[in-house]
Design a protein around this ligand. Structure first.
Ligand SMILES: [Zn+2]
Length: 314
């Protein structure tokens, strides 16, 4: 997107908008959606304003861009107040949450299992259909792998907070089931779970122990597969819709251990922010969404950060 001073009447669509937001370093979109509501994403350096487009298949039209007098200041640590004051806190967890339990990060370039095996080939519907032995072999390893590790103190603190009414919901990209193991109940698993299998033919559900016991077939004769999202499949719609509803309701949205690089999962923090939530991001490295956050913490263990916040509260 070129930052011309008068980009008048350029129709854009939502996907493109988000795509550009990921790349942008210092802009925000001020827009009016189809319900006539204004959407503001962050404190801008550069502002783009829009008006309702009608009639149009694209939701927004750019009106003009202008310099904002208010530079982006970055966040301040006021977590104690935010946690205590929030009515609807949603936590979004990614691979960093699991790696602190010792689980390998499947997307990590250097040490992930993807490196050893091409995910496009193994973790795909194609492999399930045409290369089923290799598929099962790979996922049996992953199922066994998850059983070798357990939730850490961060998972347990989140479960305590849910129990105390401080956290209303968890949205996770992880498939290890550790949040539930730690005691959390309201969990949207965006990419499914390795704790369950189901029959590819009839849909009947099984526990992942079947794989441990080298049972790979349903009683109907169909292949048992892990209940996760494979390459080439859609996200589970129930989990996705719940995550969307929770993000819209949130007044505090905390990202833990996600680089927010996977779309559409990474749209939830933006949706929360659009709806007025405070956004806090805790991740090892900087993310493209840090600029929209009210507080950002890098290079720290998530478990330690949560423990610190937990101690702050008392
Ligand atoms: Zn079956």
């Amino acid at each position: 997107m070129k930052r011309n001073q008068n980009d008048a009447q350029i129709p854009i669509n939502m996907n493109l908008l988000y795509e550009q937001l990921l790349k942008a370093v210092d802009i925000v979109i001020h827009a009016i959606n189809q319900n006539g509501e204004t959407i503001v994403l962050n404190k801008p350096i550069l502002t783009i304003k829009a008006k309702k487009s009608q009639p149009s298949t694209t939701p927004f039209r750019l009106l003009k861009t202008e310099k904002s007098p208010e530079p982006w200041q970055g966040g301040t640590t006021v977590m104690k107040n935010w946690l205590n004051d929030a009515n609807h806190t949603v936590v979004f967890t990614g691979a960093g949450m699991s790696t602190e339990s010792g689980l390998p990060d499947f997307r990590s370039v250097n040490q992930g299992l993807w490196n050893q095996q091409d995910p496009g080939k193994i973790a795909s519907t194609e492999a399930l259909n045409y290369n089923v032995d290799e598929f099962i072999d790979f996922y049996r390893t992953r199922v066994l792998n998850v059983k070798d590790y357990k939730p850490h103190k961060g998972h347990r603190i989140l479960a305590d907070w849910e129990n105390q009414g401080l956290v209303q919901s968890i949205i996770t990209q992880n498939v290890d089931g550790f949040h539930q193991k730690a005691g959390s109940e309201n969990v949207s698993e965006l990419h499914g779970t390795l704790q369950k299998l189901h029959c590819q033919s009839c849909g009947k559900e099984y526990k992942s122990e079947e794989y441990v016991n080298q049972e790979y077939h349903c009683e109907c004769g169909g292949i048992l597969r892990p209940s996760i999202t494979l390459f080439g499949e859609m996200l589970p719609q129930d989990a996705f819709q719940l995550a969307l509803a929770e993000s819209e309701k949130a007044d505090l949205f905390i990202v833990l251990g996600s680089s927010l690089s996977v779309t559409p999962a990474n749209q939830f923090p933006l949706i929360a922010k659009q709806n007025g939530a405070k956004l806090v991001i805790v991740n090892r490295d900087a993310t493209d969404f840090d600029q929209y956050a009210d507080d950002v913490i890098h290079s720290r263990e998530i478990g330690d950060v949560l423990e610190e916040w937990n101690n702050l509260r008392f």
